[in-house]
Design a protein. Structure first.
Length: 272
């Protein structure tokens, strides 16, 4: 379990590399990391250099922090994230969120690529996360609570901030981008779900399923940050169409919606 001093050590290291003081954080999921390339005056720090950060190995992720300006706002972006299925503890998965909070981040945009469970959605749609279901049976806050980071029993009735959701909805309408709304279910992976599991997940009330986001969102709320969650629905979940799922397809479709995704996020940043 990371200590408060570990968070401060990572923060001080980052502050030693840049004079920027970001108030907006972004976690960029599979195939969506190119948004970080639009950051001006970027300072790029590989995760491997940051004290106490784990090292990510997922395909399609660059594994670096990019700090700079985007749409007139000072931002810190995670290009690539740590996944539970890679074998990291949830403490390791969520440590960067603690560090972003220590950097001064108040609003955290969390993105991901995921599968559509709701059959009225289509691959390539973007989805505003309205709520989530934790199907993994563990929680990043398990363990001793550090009250300097947050309360023991945090309220999670509004994980995905209603004001930020309204803002994203307005921006999507203005830009003529179709934005679905839905509940995201967290699946540990790394195997995709079976058709029977997808039927179960639909019955439980989820519209999309993926292997990330929930741990980071829970820790962000614990730390008092406002969260906005945007999913890129890269495929219909297993069993909906009569075809196998592949990671290549996920990356390919995420690449195709990148334009809409980038415009939506930039529009949100502009007005935040
Ligand atoms: N299931 C879980 N995770 C995913 C999927 C999916 O269908 N697509 C992209 N990430």
């Amino acid at each position: 379990m990371h200590k408060l001093e570990d968070i401060f050590e990572a923060r001080d290291f980052i502050f030693s590399k840049t004079d920027s003081r970001p108030t907006i954080g972004m976690i960029l999921g599979s195939g969506l990391g190119t948004l970080a390339d639009e950051i001006s005056n970027p300072v790029t720090i590989p995760y491997s250099e940051i004290p106490h950060f784990a090292k990510s190995e997922a395909v399609g992720h660059a594994n670096e922090l990019v700090i700079g300006e985007l749409m007139g706002k000072t931002v810190v972006a995670m290009k690539g994230r740590f996944h539970y299925y890679e074998g990291y503890t949830l403490d390791e998965v969520t440590f960067p969120v603690r560090v972003m909070k220590a950097l001064g981040v108040e609003n955290l945009l969390i993105t991901n690529a995921c599968g559509a469970v709701n059959t009225s959605f289509s691959p390539g749609d973007l989805m505003l996360i309205t709520d989530h279901i934790n199907l993994v049976g563990t929680n990043p806050l398990i363990g001793p609570n550090n009250s300097e980071l947050g309360t023991r029993f945090p309220d999670v009735s509004r994980v995905y901030n209603p004001d930020l959701r309204n803002l994203a909805t307005k921006v999507a309408i203005k830009q003529n981008i179709q934005l679905q709304n839905g509940v995201y279910a967290w699946w540990s992976g790394p195997a995709y779900e079976t058709p029977a599991e997808i039927r179960m997940i639909r019955v439980l009330g989820a519209d999309a399923v993926g292997m990330s986001t929930v741990p980071e969102a829970v820790v962000a709320v614990h730390g008092g940050m406002k969260v906005l969650g945007i999913s890129c629905l890269t495929n219909m979940a297993c069993g909906i169409l009569d075809q196998p799922l592949s990671h290549d397809e996920v990356i390919e479709v995420a690449g195709k919606v990148r334009g809409n995704f980038v415009n939506l996020v930039k529009g949100v940043l502009e007005e935040i």
